[in-house]
Ligand binder design. Structure first.
Ligand SMILES: [Zn+2]
Ligand SMILES: [Zn+2]
Ligand SMILES: [Zn+2]
Length: 285
């Protein structure tokens, strides 16, 4: 399996949109891996995890065919993870001849791969609010995920558990995904695991773990982890035998102001057995 990170920042991105702190300015000077856009990832060959505003720009940068995605798993409806306005541009009336006459306008003029979007209630509501009247024209289905219930989706099986991170009246979702005999965990905006969620997480053994390192070397919060918490998670997973030998343990969703630029932070966390993701990084597992 192959996972490509299309974005690895928290909400304010890295550098922070409006911040001139030492780290943010250094990232601007250095560029490259030190620049992070909002978190999302592509599970080869057809699945996207989260859908932030820069998704298409990032996909073009890294040569990922997001235009042909069949499945999108959404963690939650916060705008740095989910930007449903972009679905508006999928709509096409069925009676339009192709190629189209130059007398008509519209957002799409080609067949498109049907798309299934999975998420919590907040995500489903947001999709329906934006394109609910045009789902068929957009060749889209939207499915509300029931936590702890396994879902079969093409060649993939997944189960979602609630994160300790509020999304309106609900919770962000952490995904446990199985495909081609491999299992991986995608836990962004999760905070420390809720007991019932950890019970499900601990039922699996992982070939790859991706967890939020949001506050880096700063203090953690109820709703977000930092690197010290990540080290705790790693020790817990090792104690409970959840990591297959050599399984990469990757931090993503990074805030700028408490964590040095990637070039400096990556070697520091590598000493703790944590791989710091960067935009465009591909992990084979
Ligand atoms: Zn976030
Ligand atoms: Zn800053
Ligand atoms: Zn969030």
């Amino acid at each position: 399996m192959k996972l490509t990170f299309l974005g690895t920042s928290a909400g304010e991105q890295y550098p922070g949109f409006w911040c001139r702190c030492e780290y943010c300015d250094k990232a601007r000077q250095l560029g490259g891996r030190n620049l992070r856009k909002n978190s999302c990832a592509w599970l080869d060959p057809d699945t996207l995890i989260d859908f932030p505003p820069e998704i298409f720009m990032q996909a073009e940068r890294f040569g990922i065919p997001v235009v042909d995605a069949r499945t999108i798993l959404i963690t939650h409806s916060h705008q740095d993870h989910f930007y449903p306005n972009l679905f508006h541009w999928r709509a096409m009336r069925p009676d339009i001849p192709l190629p189209p006459p130059h007398t008509i306008g519209g957002p799409r003029f080609s067949p498109v791969v049907p798309l299934r979007v999975y998420g919590n209630q907040q995500v489903c509501d947001a999709v329906l609010a934006r394109v609910g009247d045009r789902l068929e024209l957009c060749a889209m289905e939207v499915h509300q995920v029931e936590p702890f219930r396994e879902i079969e989706e093409g060649a993939m099986r997944f189960v979602a558990v609630p994160g300790n991170h509020a999304d309106g009246d609900g919770h962000a979702l952490t995904y446990i995904i199985q495909r081609e005999g491999k299992t991986f965990l995608y836990a962004l905006d999760t905070g420390w695991f809720l007991p019932e969620s950890y019970a499900e997480i601990a039922r699996h053994r992982y070939d790859l773990v991706v967890i939020e390192g949001t506050f880096g070397f700063g203090v953690d919060s109820e709703q977000h982890m930092n690197f010290r918490k990540l080290e705790e998670v790693r020790r817990l997973f090792e104690k409970d035998g959840l990591l297959k030998p050599g399984a990469p343990f990757v931090a993503s969703h990074i805030c700028p102001h408490f964590t040095p630029v990637h070039d400096e932070a990556a070697p520091l966390v590598a000493e703790k057995g944590i791989t710091l993701a960067y935009d465009g990084m591909t992990v084979e597992f």
